[in-house]
Design a protein around this ligand. Structure first.
Ligand SMILES: [Zn+2]
Length: 283
């Protein structure tokens, strides 16, 4: 999935007294209806424990009510169990971030394509503060040796804790790959690793930089460098999150500089040359 801008929660306009009363009435009516109709036992699916762990730090919830196909629906529970019991702890190990304070609960909502509430043809996923929306084809229908899972939107949720980013998908290449490896999707990991290698060592890399808008060069150099360091030592990705200072800056150059200081530290200076030669200002 390409860029996924954060969803901003918008404040509902304050209803007047009459509207409040009407809202209360309809809420009561809905409550009565809900009490009368047999509640679907499988909506939403809530995961609070994992094999060998009676109580997990963050509760996972999945709303699969927008998925119709029975074959896809059958994958809803395995999907959210994988998120709670495999992907969540994998990112905890990789990033060192304890998410439970910021997000005691994480909610996924999965949609069939024709139910997607966002413009068609855009990205098939969106992360909110402690929530994610995904198309079924990018979530419950993903086929892997460990079953369906998502390493993309959950990483956005984790990264909401590390400060402002120079690029919305910074550290995504190595982090997602390492998560695939951690959860045991060996094929997904190896295929992704080969793809990453191809991108990093693309013989046309210099031409690509030359054609790029100048303001994109430094973030792309960072993405390239983070992948190169990871390829030479997978432990690097764990160090990225531990060495990065957390900070909030409006200024793009300051965001880039903050990440560059981290890359320089993790690489013991080796990253410096490439970053400076590909659009980053000295930091
Ligand atoms: Zn994204």
């Amino acid at each position: 999935m390409a860029d996924s801008p954060r969803m901003r929660p918008h404040l509902a306009s304050r209803p007047g007294r009459a509207r409040r009363a009407a809202a209360l009435l309809s809420a009561l009516a809905a409550g009565a209806l809900a009490a009368a109709a047999p509640l679907r036992a499988d909506e939403p699916i809530v995961v609070t424990s994992c094999p060998g762990q009676q109580r997990i730090a963050v509760t996972f919830r999945l709303d699969c009510s927008h998925v119709r196909d029975p074959a896809a629906r059958a994958q809803c529970r395995p999907f959210i169990e994988n998120q709670a019991c495999k992907v969540f702890p994998a990112y905890r190990r990789i990033t060192g971030i304890d998410l439970e304070k910021a997000c005691p609960e994480i909610t996924y909502t999965v949609y069939d394509k024709d139910q997607w509430p966002h413009p068609q043809g855009g990205e098939g996923g969106q992360a909110g503060r402690c929530s994610a929306e995904l198309l079924s084809q990018f979530s419950v229908l993903i086929d892997s040796a460990v079953g369906p899972y998502d390493v993309h939107e959950l990483l956005h949720i984790y990264q909401s804790q590390i400060g402002s980013l120079p690029y919305s998908h910074i550290l995504f290449g190595p982090s997602q790959l390492e998560a695939r490896r951690e959860i045991g999707d060996r094929y997904g990991y190896e295929a992704g690793f080969a793809r990453l290698k191809k991108e990093v060592f693309d013989p046309n890399l210099e031409q690509q930089f030359a054609r790029m808008k100048p303001e994109l060069r430094c973030p792309m150099a960072e993405v390239n460098e983070e992948a190169r360091l990871y390829i030479s030592d997978p432990k690097a990705v764990y160090a990225y999150y531990r060495e990065l200072e957390i900070g909030w800056q409006k200024d793009q150059a300051q965001r880039e500089a903050r990440f560059n200081r981290m890359f320089a530290k993790v690489s013991e200076g080796r990253a410096k040359k490439f970053l400076l030669e590909h659009g980053c200002a000295p930091w």
